[in-house]
Design a protein around this ligand. Structure first.
Ligand code: GLU
Length: 298
């Protein structure tokens, strides 16, 4: 009996490892960034921008990113390379500012620490599923939007009980500290307060979901589709979007010249086809077709 149980456990662990290994292969996060490159602008000037002056002085870019969001911002654990839609948007902006890819330092900043990191100057700009909203605009500026996402739910593939936000009562729902989705779960009482589970990163929530510790992970559909694509045997996206999450590039709040320049670069990428190439090579591989939203200057 004991042996049987031990064998069972070993098999289960082997299955888990095998599943994880398979999931990683061909994952959307492993998008062929090598195919994407951007002309590095020469003699760039951004008059009146302290952020740009600082970057020029350093000869480098400090770019705030996520590293565990498949298709969007992922760091390959073996090569250390970053890839994904957000990463490429950030590289495109760096090139437009005159900085080649090897001049970028990636600074991983979780959702809850973004406003601090930007306002303290720890990063020059931030590209990581960062929803533009008035509350955040009190502390940071936003260029964009460069993508339109919406809040959705990730559940276990065999779950038929969760079909949308109104079906979450008595379910354990996981999301990330300092994110708009967790705020919405609480404000709209989508489940009881004691059923809301909070982590620093979405990958931690997904681990909890797979381990049956929570029943749903909630955040932007773009993020959830990436996780589901990595592990379609065990995970699925519900597909009932219940918010609008326009993604912006976070910049220092009072550096209007810098924000304008980044807006110009985003707008240009949207008209010259660069945006579409980036999307198709990254997020588009696990999601649906998309077109860029219009840049909103405020
Ligand atoms: N877009 C949402 C937000 O900015 C959720 C994704 C995230 O936490 O980065 O809060």
């Amino acid at each position: 009996m004991r042996t049987v149980r031990v064998v069972g456990v070993v098999l289960a662990i082997a299955a888990l490892l095998f599943g994880a290994a398979c999931g990683r292969e061909g994952a959307p996060g492993a998008a062929p960034s090598a195919q994407l490159s951007y002309p590095v602008a020469a003699n760039v000037q951004v008059p009146g921008s302290p952020t740009f002056a600082k970057m020029q002085q350093a000869g480098r870019v400090r770019m705030g990113v996520k590293n565990d969001q498949p298709g969007l911002g992922v760091q390959d654990p073996t090569t250390g390379q970053y890839s994904g839609f957000d990463i490429e948007i950030g590289r495109m902006v760096a090139a437009g500012l005159g900085f080649a890819p090897d001049k970028i330092d990636y600074v991983v900043v979780p959702s809850a620490a973004r406003e601090d990191a930007i306002s303290r100057g720890d990063v020059d700009y931030y590209v990581g599923t960062y929803t533009i909203n008035d509350n955040r605009k009190q502390r940071v500026g936003f260029a964009g939007p460069y993508f339109q996402a919406g809040q959705d739910l990730l559940v276990r593939a065999d779950d038929t009980s969760i079909t949308g936000p109104q079906t979450l009562q008595n379910k354990k729902v996981c999301s990330v500290t300092g994110s708009t989705p967790i705020q919405r779960v609480r404000q709209q009482n989508l489940t009881q307060p004691q059923n809301v589970v909070e982590f620093q990163n979405y990958s931690q929530c997904v681990d909890q979901l797979v381990a049956n510790q929570v029943d749903a992970v909630t955040t932007d559909d773009a993020i959830l589709k990436g996780f589901a694509a990595q592990d379609p045997q065990r995970l699925k996206v519900v597909g009932q979007v219940f918010s609008q999450e326009p993604y912006g590039i976070g910049v220092p709040r009072d550096d209007i010249a810098f924000r304008t320049k980044v807006n110009d670069l985003i707008a240009q990428s949207e008209t010259d086809g660069t945006w579409q190439r980036i999307y198709d090579a990254t997020l588009g591989r696990s999601g649906s077709p998309a077109t860029p939203p219009a840049v909103q200057r405020y």
